[in-house]
Design a protein around this ligand. Structure first.
Ligand SMILES: NC(=[NH2+])NCCC[C@H](N)C(=O)O
Length: 408
């Protein structure tokens, strides 16, 4: 049986992808906690869902099988013991320490159908949902005005980040911030228990139990030989070394890791917010990172060691050389105009999702960058984006490819 995961490029025809349709979690955002939950504004859920459905429809109309995280998860924990294991682990990681409270929340969750339970965990659990006749501990008393027992997970529709498909395997990531760390538990259970996965042994190139942060928005599979990883606000150099070692030792075809060191700031949180691949030899780039960008290379060394090199050539040269191309083109977000580029990058103008070589899904609000892509011969499938964009992620962030056609 073929592996359930097969991703050896950023642009090969997309065959299977995992999404999460935004739900009630987005309506549990309030101004006080926006920053901590990594949002800049509160999306209007009804419109966000319509936009997201349009995104899924564009993918389906182009031959992509769309799988929803919530459905894969429901399949994964249908067995009662696995469900209990999941709930216990989830509550542990949500810092529910009081045994009585843990028991009350567990009973509350288990009174629901599996699907309702998953939706409720994603939405977050407000204190008034559960009637408690317990004596409060000191810490509970002091946290009394905090509205949630379980925080909502509004970033889950960015399915790109908790894990990434590389070759036939996955990185199961450790998220930089507390706000997103529990998201990776879903992928852990899907990987471990979903029949689609474990029938075809899927190796993990990284695990969420490791201490260094790694997020999928930083992981780009440029070819079956080259992976680019952003060293960013979210992804650490230590994690990159571990992924490199595991890919090289894991019998994969990968030979080189290009480490893109980008400025560590919110606007550029992941590499894919400033750089994506749109065709064999074409990339989008935010002009704001071209100056500060440093590229390092990791290759296989002797006796299992890794070789490291700071490559100071211009980015075009680095990409040409790594991908064995005669030329490459970097297409500037907003055409390079600093105001347009700043505005469109903030709404993920550089965050394209290639669904085939030269065919990308983008946000329609980034019309200057979209027109430019079209001028360069790229087919642009633009989706509505007024509400989805408020979470600071675009079509690439909102999708986790599971399978792409192998490029010839
Ligand atoms: N792959 C990406 N660029 N993801 C964007 C994620 C946005 C999300 N609000 C966060 O801050 O984590």
């Amino acid at each position: 049986m073929d592996s359930f995961i097969n991703v050896t490029s950023e642009i090969g025809k997309l065959k299977k992808v995992m999404l999460h349709r935004p739900g009630r979690e987005v309506e549990n955002l309030v101004p006080e906690y926006l920053g901590r939950l990594l949002f800049d504004d509160i999306p209007y859920l009804k419109i966000a869902q319509q936009e997201h459905d349009k995104f899924a429809e564009v993918l389906r109309n182009n031959g992509v099988e769309v799988l929803y995280l919530e459905e894969l998860m429901e399949e994964s924990i249908s067995d009662e013991n696995i469900k209990l294991e999941f709930v216990a682990e989830f509550l542990e990681e949500s810092s529910i320490t009081s045994p009585a409270l843990k028991e009350a929340i567990t009973q509350y969750l288990l009174s629901m159908s599996t699907r309702e339970m998953i939706d409720s965990i994603i939405s977050g659990i407000r204190k008034e949902e559960i009637q408690l006749n317990l004596r409060k501990s000191l810490s509970e008393l002091m946290m009394d005005d905090y509205p949630f027992y379980l925080d909502p997970m509004p970033n889950l529709y960015f399915t790109r980040d908790p894990g990434a498909s590389i070759g036939n395997g996955l990185t199961l990531n450790r998220m930089k911030t507390e706000a997103r760390r529990r998201e990776t538990l879903f992928l852990k259970y899907i990987h471990k228990y979903n029949n689609r996965f474990n029938k075809a042994d899927v190796p993990l190139w990284y695990n969420r139990t490791m201490p260094f942060s790694l997020e999928g928005g930083d992981e780009l599979v440029l070819s079956d030989k080259v992976v680019a990883i952003g060293c960013s606000e979210r992804t650490s150099s230590e994690a990159i070394e571990i992924v490199a070692k595991n890919l090289f030792d894991g019998g994969t075809s990968f030979e080189k890791i290009l480490v893109f060191e980008i400025p560590k700031c919110r606007a550029f949180m992941h590499l894919d917010t400033v750089f994506t691949m749109v065709d064999y030899d074409k990339f989008t780039i935010h002009p704001g990172i071209q100056g500060p960008l440093s590229v390092y290379e990791i290759t296989r060394g002797e006796k299992g060691y890794l070789n490291y090199r700071h490559n100071t050539s211009p980015l075009e040269e680095i990409l040409k050389d790594a991908l064995k191309l005669s030329s490459v083109e970097l297409i500037k977000c907003g055409g390079g105009d600093p105001i347009i580029a700043g505005r469109e990058q903030w709404n993920d103008g550089s965050n394209t999702l290639a669904i085939a070589p030269g065919v990308v899904v983008t946000y329609e609000r980034n019309y200057v960058s979209n027109e430019l892509l079209e001028k360069k011969g790229i087919k642009v499938l633009a989706i509505p984006s007024s509400e989805l964009s408020r979470g600071r992620g675009g079509p690439r962030c909102m999708s986790m490819p599971l399978e792409r056609e192998v490029l010839k």
